[in-house]
Design a protein around this ligand. Structure first.
Ligand code: ASP
Length: 439
């Protein structure tokens, strides 16, 4: 049995968190491969090490001395080291890095990667595990993607049999020998790659919440965590708003059918959220909605044209106007002689009048209307499919709350029911659905 455990920035923020991690690892000896982030915030006013590293690099780029920021970074690590009594010379490495930095010899990516690097060095020394540098196995190609097979093989050769290893997240090596980072939050990807490389039994992603929540906690008070979610549901949930994992972290484990478990470093006894391709049993048969999410600020362009249903190519003409403006269309609800396109306002607003003019000219609709300040709410749940009456229940609850629905859409896989409301009804719609169906 092998578990790959990735700990995010808040789990690595101070010495107390290191102690919690050690206890978590000791409680389950199969957690032998550990992937770590750079130290994150200790409290709301604190700074993430990665942000400070980027700031430091920007200073040097503009010829401004970054010693003060650099010292903030080094003292965070030295504090953790000294509080835990770890014997490790970090000072020499810090001094060498600063010297190269002053000489403008460190790239932005390399500097950013040092947050994870020092975290991993410290954690490896603290646990008595082997340090495996990500630069020695995460192999990027020139197009910025990871060469998975080559990376997997390299890692397999380096992981000690039956012993513990700590790997820094977030970065790897380009073919030309330069360090390259993933996009922000990318340590999730490193963890997933490590789990896939080693054919782990589970990839644990330790963070500061007890799993993916059923709704946004800024909208719903104390929402419950989702115990089980499929990869497809997760995709729906994240597309419509919920941000839990780095998108790129799904593919490597999913491809190998490795379950992904989101856990809370601060509440290790909580089971968290288990993400899998599918579930054989149903942990909670009475609940048919997995999560409720959504996004605000959409624009709906609606048009009607008498006899449209018998004409060929009207929809294509409308869509090609949007394509020319490089706007991706989120939903296309339609009726017999009318069709609407739902678009992110941010993308459409700067070109709105040009777009309307072009649609008018090319599709010649009888009416053309625009509604903005629209929010899209999605009720996601694999158990909704083949179950009659669910949308009726949802819409009845919203109707009773006096919320006007502006658009309805259901994906063909029946994994979600999506509807548009006014931005001002967004939070209330989510609360009504949560209170009616999720509790
Ligand atoms: N430290 C990096 C960031 O803040 C990567 C990570 O933590 O996943 O984005």
């Amino acid at each position: 049995m092998l578990k790959v455990a990735k700990f995010g920035g808040s789990s690595m923020a101070d010495a107390g968190q290191y102690r919690k991690i050690r206890d978590i690892l000791l409680s389950d000896p199969s957690r032998r491969v550990v992937v770590v982030s750079a130290a994150g915030k200790r409290n709301r006013k604190d700074h993430k090490i990665t942000d400070l590293l980027y700031l430091c690099h920007a200073h040097t780029q503009y010829g401004v001395d970054c010693t003060a920021v650099f010292d903030m970074i080094t003292s965070r690590y030295l504090e953790i080291r000294d509080e835990l009594g770890i014997q490790l010379d970090l000072e020499t490495e810090f001094a060498a890095l600063k010297q190269r930095l002053d000489a403008k010899a460190v790239t932005r990516d390399e500097l950013a990667s040092r947050g994870e690097y020092f975290s991993a060095k410290l954690m490896a020394a603290y646990l008595g595990f082997q340090f495996i540098d990500a630069a020695n196995w995460v192999k990027f190609q020139f197009d910025g993607t990871v060469d998975q097979e080559a990376s997997y093989e390299a890692l397999r050769k380096q992981v000690p049999l039956g012993q513990g290893a700590v790997i820094p997240g977030f970065y790897g090596l380009m073919p030309d020998g330069h360090i390259r980072t993933f996009s922000r939050g990318g340590s999730d990807i490193t963890g997933s790659l490590a789990a896939a490389a080693l054919d782990a039994d589970v990839y644990e992603n330790w963070t500061d919440v007890s799993g993916i929540l059923m709704a946004d906690p800024r909208i719903v008070e104390n929402p419950q965590p989702i115990p089980e979610v499929t990869y497809d549901e997760l995709r729906e949930l994240s597309y419509s708003g919920a941000q839990v994992l780095h998108e790129g972290s799904i593919f490597p484990v999913r491809e190998k059918n490795i379950p992904l478990n989101i856990r809370n470093t601060n509440a290790p006894e909580d089971a968290g959220t288990m993400i899998r391709e599918s579930f054989d049993t149903d942990a909670d048969p009475n609940r048919f909605i997995t999560g409720i999410t959504g996004r605000q600020d959409f624009t709906i362009i609606s048009m009607s044209k008498r006899g449209m249903s018998n004409q060929v190519g009207v929809l294509r003409r409308v869509l090609s106007v949007l394509e020319r403006h490089n706007i991706s269309v989120d939903y296309v609800p339609n009726g017999i002689d009318n069709v609407s396109v739902v678009l992110p306002t941010e993308a459409v607003a700067p070109h709105l009048y040009t777009i309307l003019g072009e649609i008018q000219q090319e599709a010649e609709p009888d009416t053309l209307d625009v509604h903005d300040q629209i929010a899209v709410v999605a009720a996601v749940g694999r158990k909704m499919s083949h179950r009659p009456g669910i949308s009726g229940l949802l819409f009845a609850a919203l109707g009773e709350a006096g919320i006007n629905i502006r658009m309805i859409n259901q994906g063909p896989d029946e994994l979600n029911i999506i509807f548009g409301v006014d931005n001002r009804d967004f939070a209330e719609a989510i609360r009504v659905l949560y209170n009616s169906f999720a509790k």
